[in-house]
Design a binder for this molecule. Structure first.
Ligand code: H79
Length: 623
């Protein structure tokens, strides 16, 4: 009997699941702590680790019932794709301080250059984006197919991009520009039916003497963080939530341990607009309405949560002159499909210059994404995660329709032989067609699933979408890896589930010589897992293709209740891989199994793991 994927997984919005989720939020909150920082910089992790944990209640919009919560966030789930905008004083010089290149993202210029407040203020005095046109700007987001826009109302540098009443350190009172940019954008968004949101850095403030972060300006006469929150953050947030029309999202950033009182005073302000959504970055244990990932797409989607990946279109969030590292249109389109196939949203960042416009590289990409969305938008908007996992030719998104289901097959690798197989799918097919051009495609049931016959050439070089309509909800036969006729099962790193505290930097998928491995495995609490199916019980020889640099490392390999302890000597270096026999494991019953590699605390040294191999060496008698 083939296993079937539990239907409730495909309909994550069931009442039951949602209420269970609410109850679990508090428990999950602890796990969220590590996920707030850029994960491509070792310092980020260290900086994060040094923060102390605030004892804050996981304050959700507690008065809201789960179903009401669903309706609050419904537009956001439908939207899928938004524009993030990092724009501020740093944009004037494009991240170059005194003509000198500073490392990292440009909005961090003040900190990286250790620029004194008085000196940084001089850049604010030059902020004059005369070419800025809010309608045109929002039009570009709309043209790209984005449904919401989130912009830096105040970043860590403390400069308000709106007419702040709390301080004159703002675009209207302090810069020659003298226009309230947030107001202009709010109105343009309203006009063009784009949901509008504010990014607001609530804890760091390098300009106010009570804000976190400025350790370089020795002229600061420190006041308490509470005072900063009271006299700047709270009034500014209140103003943003009362004077700029309906606000779709309040996007907090870089939580720091602030007093419970300060936290609560900020949090309670979101009640000013009961429909506003917040991310999970107000406080360290605060789940908000959705979870955030920065710069990287998670390999496995978090279960039972709404989530969003924010990512700059190039390398830096804020405009940086030297940053030519623009992601290709193909990458951006595939990222969007990848994220949607896992059930998340994509918040793609652009960086206006000091003149108030985007570089042509960004405009071109937005327009190309927009063209793709014109034709293929229905495969993104309002879709839910793939019910068929990650197919080897691309990605899949889904949508319920009456008594059927639409599966959108995002084909990245077009089949040379004209045969596209949707492995494991068992439903009756109603129709199949190309979204681009509408051509109907024939299908047939084959051993492996459903075969779609496709034309020789893909209609789109970046991502061709096939719309496959089937009856009922998806019925997917489990296609777990299983030993072949020779009794050998190879389990590769890129198919492993890496249990690494949901995206902490420790233990992740890396590559060496183009071959993936589980690497950077510093954390002895991180472990990896594969789900497999055993049809023939017996004794299995276990081996690994791995490298270890230290004298030796110890870990366990388990297959459900059976396990072996492995102790593997150095292979010479991390770059030097070897196949090592680890011992044998007896598997006495057929069925679905979990194979795990678990470090032995104390005797663990990091290893790189490319592959684990099981080979049946003898049969056992089973009842
Ligand atoms: O607004 C963008 C970033 O500026 C902000 N979040 C996104 C959306 C962010 N602030 N802090 N972090 C992300 C993580 C911390 C990064 C750091 Fe660093 C690593 C701080 C110091 C080392 C990166 C590198 C920033 C400065 C140098």
């Amino acid at each position: 009997m083939p296993d079937r994927i539990n239907q409730s997984r495909f309909h994550p919005s069931s009442r039951l699941l949602r209420s269970a989720r609410q109850g679990l939020l508090a428990a999950f909150a602890v796990v969220l702590v590590n996920c707030h920082t850029a994960q491509n910089d070792v310092n980020a992790q260290q900086a994060n680790a040094q923060q102390t944990t605030a004892q804050q209640p996981p304050a959700q919009h507690t008065e809201v019932t789960p179903d009401a919560n669903d309706s609050r966030i419904a537009w956001w789930r439908e939207a899928k794709f938004g524009m993030f905008v990092h724009w501020g004083v740093y944009s004037v010089v494009g991240g170059q301080y005194k003509g000198q290149e500073l490392p990292n993202s440009a909005e961090w210029m003040m900190a990286r250059g250790k620029i004194p407040i008085a000196e940084y203020e001089q850049y604010a005095k030059q902020f004059n984006p005369v070419d800025f046109d809010a309608d045109k700007f929002v039009g570009l987001a709309k043209q790209a197919g984005m449904k919401y826009l989130v912009i830096t109302a105040k970043h860590h540098d403390g400069f308000a991009m709106f007419d702040s009443k709390a301080t004159d350190y703002n675009v209207v009172d302090f810069s020659p520009f003298g226009r309230d940019i947030m107001k202009e954008l709010a109105e343009a968004c309203q006009k063009q039916d784009i949901k509008f949101g504010f990014y607001y850095s609530q804890a760091q403030d390098w300009h106010h003497p009570g804000g976190f972060g400025n350790s370089w300006d020795k002229s600061i006469k420190r006041v308490s963080s509470d005072q900063y929150v009271r006299e700047k953050a709270v009034p500014e947030v209140r103003q943003l939530l009362t004077e700029y029309g309906p606000i779709g999202i309040f996007w907090w950033d870089t939580p720091r341990a602030m007093s419970e009182e300060a936290f609560n005073s900020l949090h309670s302000l979101t009640k000013l607009q009961p429909d506003v959504l917040t991310n999970d970055r107000l406080g360290e244990d605060f789940p908000g309405d959705y979870k955030t990932f920065e710069r990287n797409i998670p390999r496995q989607a978090p279960q039972g949560k709404d989530w969003e990946v924010c990512m700059p279109i190039s390398g830096s969030w804020g405009y940086k002159k030297s940053d030519t590292n623009f992601k290709s249109t193909r990458t951006l389109i595939r990222n969007l499909a990848d994220i949607a196939s896992k059930g998340g949203n994509y918040l793609l960042n652009v960086s206006p210059t000091g003149k108030g416009t985007l570089l042509p590289q960004a405009v071109e990409r937005l327009e190309q994404i927009g063209q793709w969305m014109q034709t293929n938008g229905e495969s993104i908007y309002g879709t839910t995660a793939s019910p068929i996992g990650e197919p080897d030719w691309g990605r899949c998104t889904a949508k319920a329709t009456g008594d059927g289901t639409v599966l959108y097959l995002h084909v990245f690798d077009w089949p040379q032989d004209g045969k596209l197989v949707v492995r494991g799918l068992e439903n009756d097919v109603r129709s199949a067609s190309l979204l681009d051009g509408g051509q109907n495609l024939s299908t047939q049931t084959v051993d492996d699933g459903i075969l779609v016959s496709v034309p020789a050439d893909p209609p789109d070089d970046n991502n061709s979408v096939i719309k496959l309509i089937v009856s009922g909800t998806p019925e997917v036969r489990s296609l777990l890896p299983t030993p072949g006729k020779d009794g050998v099962l190879e389990l590769f790193a890129d198919k492993a589930f890496i249990h690494n505290n949901e995206g902490s930097r420790d233990a992740g998928l890396r590559e060496h010589d183009g071959i993936p491995h589980v690497g950077y495995w510093l954390d002895d609490q991180a472990w990896v897992e594969w789900e497999i199916e055993i049809r023939d019980p017996g004794v299995y020889q276990v081996s690994a293709v791995m490298s270890v640099q230290e004298a030796q490392t110890e870990f366990r390999v388990s297959v459900n209740d059976s396990q072996l302890s492995a102790s593997v000597p150095s292979t010479g270096s991390y770059g030097r891989y070897a196949q090592r026999d680890l011992g044998t494991i007896q598997i006495s019953k057929a069925g679905r199994k979990s194979v795990r590699v678990i470090p032995t605390p104390g005797s663990w040294q990091p290893m790189n793991l490319r592959q684990l191999t099981l080979k049946r060496v003898s049969k056992t008698d089973v009842d």
